[in-house]
Design a protein around this ligand. Structure first.
Ligand SMILES: CC(C)(COP(=O)(O)OP(=O)(O)OC[C@H]1O[C@@H](n2cnc3c(N)ncnc32)[C@H](O)[C@@H]1O)[C@@H](O)C(=O)NCCC(=O)NCCS
Ligand SMILES: Nc1ncnc2c1ncn2[C@@H]1O[C@H](COP(=O)(O)OP(=O)(O)OP(=O)(O)O)[C@@H](O)[C@H]1O
Length: 203
């Protein structure tokens, strides 16, 4: 089973591209979505123990958590040490389930693919990128987003230029959605062709 890692900096269009892969029939595991599910379940009490007052009605309030992170120098490190092992666990379960179903290709949407060494767990890396001005506009247009939060998140991510260099496939989302969708279809076709040709012997 071919493991394709999808990554990209904040607002580059990663989630939108992951949906296009799913539309093309590729099962997707979305790490950001897993984090959000964990906050509404098993991770809520664990996070609230370290960031008191972030749990509201049994679920983590991400806005309150972001607020606390902005004034805690070591906050992200503490949070990531709780969350990342749980996310990794969910990813492993997803892989096992898809393997049991006989999937040929799976897409692992991993925002911190390069930062956490997840590159080693995948056979192919797809990077989603766009013009930095477009990225900025998209992100700042989101509700509850501030310049400070955008910068805080960006500072924890590998720069886009380095991601681009390390990509096996690049999707530039600066243009229309339809063009990005076409690019995803092209990548899926190319991966299937390479699989058929026996290029991924160990996958
Ligand atoms: C900081 C939090 C509260 C902000 O929540 P919010 O709903 O506003 O944003 P969302 O989760 O959709 O993330 C926005 C963007 O920031 C990126 N991002 C999130 N956490 C991190 C991080 N620790 N380091 C770098 N980038 C991150 C996401 O991949 C996404 O591109 C939330 O992202 C969080 O709890 N992050 C810690 C968990 C984590 O490391 N997630 C990354 C993927 S496993
Ligand atoms: N060609 C395009 N490709 C992808 N997204 C586009 C394109 N044109 C416009 N957009 C818009 O840009 C936004 C990208 O958001 P999306 O949630 O996919 O990014 P993301 O990289 O997953 O963000 P985050 O990392 O913060 O989760 C969406 O609102 C999407 O509709």
């Amino acid at each position: 089973m071919l493991r394709v890692g999808l990554t990209g900096s904040i607002g580059m269009g990663k989630s939108t591209m992951a949906k296009f892969f799913a539309d093309a029939g590729v099962p997707v595991n979305d790490s950001d979505a897993v984090v959000h599910q964990l906050y509404a379940g098993e991770a809520a009490a664990l996070v609230d123990a370290v960031f008191p007052g972030t749990m509201k009605n049994g679920a983590i309030d991400r806005q309150e958590l972001s607020r606390q992170l902005s004034s805690d120098r070591d906050g992200f490190n503490k949070l990531e040490s709780i969350i990342h092992p749980l996310v990794r666990n969910r990813e492993q379960k997803f892989i096992e389930q898809e393997q049991a179903k006989g999937a040929e290709i799976v897409l692992l949407d991993i925002p911190l693919l390069f930062e956490t060494g997840a590159e080693k767990r995948v056979d192919v890396v797809v990077v989603v990128s766009c013009d930095p001005q477009i990225q900025r506009q998209r992100v700042l247009a989101r509700p509850n987003m501030t310049e400070e939060k955008f910068n805080m998140i960006l500072s924890r991510q590998t720069p886009d230029a380095i991601k681009r260099e390390r990509a096996d496939y690049l999707i530039d989302t600066s243009g229309p959605l339809e063009a990005s969708k076409q690019r995803v279809a092209e990548i899926v076709e190319d991966l299937k062709r390479r699989l058929r040709s026996g290029e991924f012997q160990n996958a």
